[in-house]
Design a binder for this molecule. Structure first.
Ligand code: TRP
Length: 470
């Protein structure tokens, strides 16, 4: 059993358990749904490079800062700032982080609900059924394969539209997904989050490898790899860099306090930089592997990589419909996506639960149930925003798109800047140093890290934000 700061506070059972739980938080729909489509829309390779740069220059330093703040305080994001700098207003950063987390969880659960729905449908063959029906019609009408596959996509698109505009059904799956998260989180840190992460993360890897093998052995799949890895900087613009930075924050679960919370359950022997880097490495690796599943398959059947958020739910089912054993492949893929979503969403819920148990002294069970209800209710407008409430828009975006854009591209980067500044300046350099030293006695990379959180990361994030707002 590991020991940690606050008395009576739960802790991780092992270092591996912590790494898997933190990687489980990072690896999610952001890697498998968001990363491929944002990359597809923004020129492939150019986006990839901008993303990697943001992970190294901004993501890694902030990851270290969050883990240090968490372990140093042994508290939730609000309590952490209060404990480390009593009497200051820094707790507001944790408070905004908490609200950002609620916002993310609310629409994340809607999206994950779609995934669960698709899982049930692919298991019954329903997803690719329209494609098969399309086959018969098109075989009679068109001889050309190009038109053929486009027709298949047309069919999967109507299936998707039929589902997302069916608000009661979307709400039902949003609810089911939230219940899944509640069941895990209510069992606690070690017996819930850690235990499930240890089962689910290896399963996720196994599924991913199966799908990669299938995808890259398809005839014509090579073009997908070219799209992903062929150097082409011509598409690199400020917009692309903002999206890459948002993606880095989102994908690494940074900027709102997940890593503060997960760090608060850590023992003093863990090397924070090394485990942070492991988590980031796993996260980036899985995003790339998701790209290696998706693009070769999309190119192999002759569809477009730049199809936006519908890539996963419209293009892929059309792809599966074209492959032998398509419904099995679809089932494995949506199972992968569901697993990734659960291990991420539980981290968001855990932030809220740790806040309520620390600050309001609620029992874990009660905190989990109430917070899950809150996130469910806030998610209702997002769930409805494709159906009954599709006319309600703010700045031209529906609730769902607005929540996604606002959290990833604005709130998380702003939170990240403030977290970096806190660790670099406000907390006090001797205290930060002492915190990092536990588990990392030689303080390897500390001199580099401290200037990254003091200057480089905040300025880089600020410049990207400002140039996009002006
Ligand atoms: N990182 C997760 C993903 O890639 C999403 C996520 C979980 C998240 N917790 C977060 C994003 C905290 C931002 C902040 O899907």
């Amino acid at each position: 059993m590991m020991q940690s700061g606050g008395t009576g506070r739960e802790t991780w059972g092992s270092k591996l358990g912590f790494v898997l739980a933190a990687a489980g938080s990072a690896i999610g729909l952001g890697n498998i749904w968001r990363f491929p489509y944002v990359l597809g829309e923004n020129g492939g390779f150019a986006f990839l490079i901008a993303y990697l740069a943001c992970v190294v220059l901004v993501g890694l330093p902030i990851m270290g800062a969050e883990l240090a703040i968490g372990r140093g305080s042994g508290r939730n994001p609000v309590g952490a700032f209060k404990a480390l700098l009593p009497g200051s207003l820094w707790w507001v950063v944790g408070g905004v982080g908490l609200l950002t987390g609620v916002l993310i969880l609310s629409y994340y659960s809607v999206l994950a609900g779609w995934t669960v729905f698709y899982l049930t449908q692919s298991a019954t063959g329903e997803i690719i059924f329209p494609t098969l029906a399309g086959d018969i019609v098109t075989a009679l009408t068109f001889a050309s394969t190009g038109l053929h596959i486009q027709f298949a996509q047309h069919m999967t698109e109507s299936l998707f539209t039929g589902f997302v505009t069916n608000s009661p059904l979307v709400l039902l799956f949003h609810f089911i997904f939230m219940i899944l998260c509640l069941l895990v989180v209510s069992q606690g840190v070690e017996k819930g989050i850690e235990r499930y992460s240890k089962i689910l993360m290896p399963t996720l890897l196994g599924l991913l490898f199966l799908l990669i093998i299938r995808s890259v052995t398809l005839p014509g799949s090579f073009d997908g790899l070219v799209f992903l890895f062929k150097p082409d900087f011509s598409k690199l613009s400020l917009d692309v860099i903002l999206l890459a930075m948002g993606q880095a924050f989102y994908s690494l679960s940074l900027g709102m306090g997940v890593m503060i919370t997960y760090g608060s359950y850590l023992d003093r022997k863990t090397n924070l930089f090394a485990s942070g880097a492991t988590v980031a490495g796993l996260d980036v690796g899985i995003a790339l592997l998701a790209g290696v599943v998706i693009f070769p398959a999309v190119f192999a059947v002759g569809l477009e990589p730049s199809s936006g958020p519908g890539l996963t739910y419209i293009v892929l089912p059309a792809v599966f419909g074209k492959l032998p054993a398509g419904s099995l492949l679809a089932t494995l893929f949506f199972l992968l996506l569901t697993i990734a979503a659960v291990t991420s969403a539980i981290s968001l819920l855990e932030v809220m639960v740790s806040f309520a148990t620390d600050e309001w002294k609620w029992k874990r069970r009660r905190a989990t149930i109430i917070m899950a209800i809150v996130a469910f209710v806030i998610g209702v407008p997002s769930a409805m925003s494709f159906g009954d409430w599709s006319n309600a828009t703010i700045f031209g975006l529906g609730f769902f798109d607005l929540a996604d854009f606002l959290s990833a591209n604005i709130l998380l980067p702003v939170g990240g800047i403030l977290i970096a500044l806190f660790a670099g300046w406000a907390w006090g350099s001797e205290k930060v140093k002492a915190e990092i030293r536990d588990g990392n006695p030689e303080l390897k990379l500390f001199p580099v890290w401290i200037w990254m959180v003091r200057i480089l990361a905040p300025i880089a994030v600020l410049i990207v934000l400002m140039t996009n707002i002006i």
